[in-house]
Design a protein around this ligand. Sequence first.
Ligand SMILES: *Cc1c(COP(=O)(O)O)cnc(C)c1O
Length: 479
Amino acid sequence: MQRSEIEEMPARTQSELYRELPSVDELLRSTELKETVARSGATAVTDATRMVLERLRREIAEGRLDASGLQAELKRLPEIIELELKESFSFSLRPVINATGVILHTNLGRAPLSSEALNHIQKIAAGYSSLEFDLATGERGKRDVHVQRLLGRLLKSHAPSDYDVNTVVVNNCAAAVMLALNTLAEGGEVIVSRGELVEIGGSFRVPEIMAKSGATLREVGTTNRTRIADYERAINEKTRLLLRVHRSNFAIVGFTEQPAVEELVALGRKHNIPVMEDLGNGAIFDLHAVGIQTESGVRESLEAGIDIITYSGDKLLGGPQAGLISGRREVLARIRSNPLFRALRVDKLTYAALEATLLAYLREDYDAVPTVRMMRLSAEGIKRRADEMAARLPRKQFELEVIAGESVIGGGTAPTATLPTFVLSLASTLLGPAELQKRLREHDAPIVVRIEEDRIRIDLRTVSPEHDAVIIDALLSIR
Ligand SMILES: *Cc1c(COP(=O)(O)O)cnc(C)c1O
């Protein structure tokens, strides 16, 4: 008897609690919300009010709100609704501080743009521009020219003498691959090594892009070893293209073999079949100079005589999201006349950002491009900043250590390449590492950090120096 009473109690109180909740209409008509409605409009306030009441109902149902708790919430209901309203009018795409040391962090938007790129975007986007207008003749122009002329200058001296380099821009590298395959190989065959049938970033899979492009994949060799003879044997009257796909996010080590790019180019020449490389990374500076030995960039592919190269704008190039196709003028002319090119083209914001980024390379001002600047930072310079940060944090609250570590390039680029760095390794005396990580993420300026060996790791390589103080303040504010 007594037992069943206890069991029924919550149900009874629950329905009583539900009855305490005012209706949306009552709330909207209340004097407290009148001003809010006038300011933000009835629709938004109604939505926010519904959300708040639903949340309270849920909390009651889950037994997380008792009578006194509910009274407290009801008293500050207008305030809660205001907060909900503010949240509903705020951006969900927000800047974050990347303290992971992963330079091209795909989830965090890959390459940050240079200040020149941002200024140029602002000027171009705020008004009208010469996007497709030739100011010299007053006639219709082509949007390509803005990038084409700069990449022509940057790449010309790296191409063989019979090679006139042309470039087009599309939405991303996946689109560039799709467009190139469709233009050059629709209805025909493309020969690819089994060691290069890769998946990059989840949804970019070479066999699937190939199928969508209308070309037939002709696999040769094995996962670990493919010889030039394997390619040659597969060539037939339907072969349209020899494709090399860069192993952007993994490495095959051990008993391996892959023909040199030069061999592939020579084979293509012999049979009069173009050779394409899906390079991805898009580096147009000397990677060896920043200590990356395992990767090569666009210039090296041109030097080897590759006929058509696809790469991303927002990987090692350090520009906006885009896919670039550089190659021989004849090949690019065919790509330009494909209707798919029109469907995949990019807007003036992208051209503005690319133009400003490429100009920095022409000036050889590598530090103007944030991703390149980050790669060029010395481990000692990073250590100094980490030491300063450590000195400003109280030992009572944190266990701290500045230790040697490795920054990674990321973004499906240079899988085995790392850069020596120093990281601030810390544990809170009050919170566990996962909780500390969460609190940093919830900070006004969200801070993203890695956890390793039960410690938060802060790598300042990917943090711009003016944010060091923000991280310190965030850590100090966590109790
Ligand atoms: C990153 C990458 C892609 C995909 O590039 P998106 O710009 O993300 O579309 C394709 N191929 C290679 C080799 C890559 O490294």
